[in-house]
Design a protein around this ligand. Structure first.
Ligand code: PLP
Length: 398
């Protein structure tokens, strides 16, 4: 069958591919430890599930408004007012089937062939491919480890051209866990004020997952003049351990939100009605479970940093948020074991999977081949076993 040119331009998600490989090995009876997971290892809190059950019992199982039920839009507006200190109107919110879908709709609604989108690297795997699917061109700006993998104002200024339509910011970041301080955002905002045609996507999906009292902010909060061209993307997946429920949302300019809603109306229609009610309970209900989850992640993060510190030649900026680390393992490139030689992150990930039954995501998928991504959304026992295996496997490379 002939496939479209569009689909031939995109790669399958690397993280999903790693997880599939891990599953296949497990099916053979192998004890695989997966550092590849991109979701909390906690169950959705009970009261959220209960709300969904009640929604089913009440018969709230039909099509809803494409943009989302008013009760959820209200809960989102209140959450954003409380957490961001920003006010939006109901017509400035679109609820979609996950934050990923929000991004997809937005790109389809505003990007044209020839448009450029600035993506600081390391980046979340899906951004470049979603940009390409909209016919636009990803412009990758490398952000070195020495700058904690963050975009600096000068690099941003150099990357902007007459064709730049969008900048994507993601803080805290997947894959690095680093977050932008308010003054760093302010410096980027200064550059953007000189380029009024550039819209900003603020992917805030990990905004509640911050450690050691780190202060969170996004660019529209630190520079209100950018609010009208900033699009906030957020959702319940990570904060409430609700990845399978598929509820995300976007806030921004009403005309663009309407256009993105039009794309949604001709593809998925509304997000699942029952999941929308569950999301109302997540945003309106007790936030105790979020705190409990954060405390667990915080302990794991400390443990992971301690174990990474013991690996010879490995360096890693400390993550202040999310549940990932992105260690630089390039000291092991060029080494061999038996007939196998390690040329880069893909080879290392293959070696770890095949020889140590350890799943890690190669950094090249995030635009950082010197690194691998490790998730710490695992139990302490699994983390310990995983790091024991990693230490041994790296030690065998000579
Ligand atoms: C940076 C980032 N943005 C957005 C998403 C989308 O999450 P969801 O579609 O589950 O809301 C993810 C999920 O892995 C992510 O890591």
């Amino acid at each position: 069958m002939k496939l479209s040119q569009r689909v031939s331009q995109v790669q399958p998600s690397a993280t999903l591919a790693i997880n599939a490989k891990a599953k296949a090995l497990r099916a053979e009876g192998k004890q695989v430890i997966s550092f590849g997971v991109g979701e909390p290892d906690f169950d959705t809190p009970h009261h959220i599930g209960e709300m969904a059950v009640q929604a089913v019992r009440r018969g709230q199982t039909r099509y809803t408004a494409v943009q989302g039920i008013p009760e959820l839009k209200d809960a989102i507006l209140d959450t954003i007012r409380a957490d961001y200190g920003l006010d939006y109107l109901p017509e400035e919110v679109l609820v979609s089937c996950g934050g990923k879908h929000s991004l997809y709709n937005l790109f389809q609604a505003v990007l044209d062939p020839g448009d450029q989108v600035i993506i600081p690297a390391p980046y979340w795997v899906s951004y470049p491919d979603m940009v390409r699917l909209a016919g636009a061109e990803p412009v990758i700006v490398d952000c070195p480890e020495s700058a904690s993998f963050k975009l600096d104002p000068e690099s941003l200024r150099r990357a902007v051209t007459a064709r730049t339509r969008m900048l994507i910011l993601n803080s805290p970041s997947n894959p690095t866990g680093v977050h932008y301080k308010p003054e760093e955002l302010k410096a980027l905002a200064e550059v953007l004020l000189d380029h009024p045609e550039v819209i900003i996507v603020s992917d805030d999906i990990y905004y509640r997952m911050l450690y050691n009292g780190a202060q969170w902010a996004n660019i529209a909060m630190v520079e209100p003049r950018l609010k009208e061209r900033t699009f906030i993307v957020n959702g319940v997946s990570k904060t409430y351990a609700m990845t399978g429920w598929r509820i995300g949302y976007m806030l921004g300019d009403a005309e663009v939100i309407k256009a993105a809603g039009k794309i949604q109306s001709q593809s998925t229609s509304n997000p699942c009605s029952v999941a929308q009610w569950a999301a109302v309970a997540a945003l309106r209900g007790s936030q105790e479970s979020v705190q409990d989850m954060l405390e667990a992640f915080s302990q794991r993060r400390d443990y992971v940093m301690e174990r990474l510190g013991r690996l010879p030649g490995v360096t890693c900026p400390e993550p202040q948020g999310a549940f990932y680390v992105f260690p630089n393992v390039s000291a092991y490139y060029g080494k061999t074991v038996g007939s196998r030689s390690i040329g880069g992150s893909l080879d290392l990930a293959d070696y770890l999977m095949e020889e140590a039954h350890l799943a890690v995501v190669p950094g090249v998928a995030f635009g950082g081949d010197r690194c691998i991504r490790l998730s710490f959304a695992l139990s302490m026992a699994e983390l310990k076993e995983g790091f024991d295996r990693l230490e041994k496997a790296l030690g065998r490379l000579g």
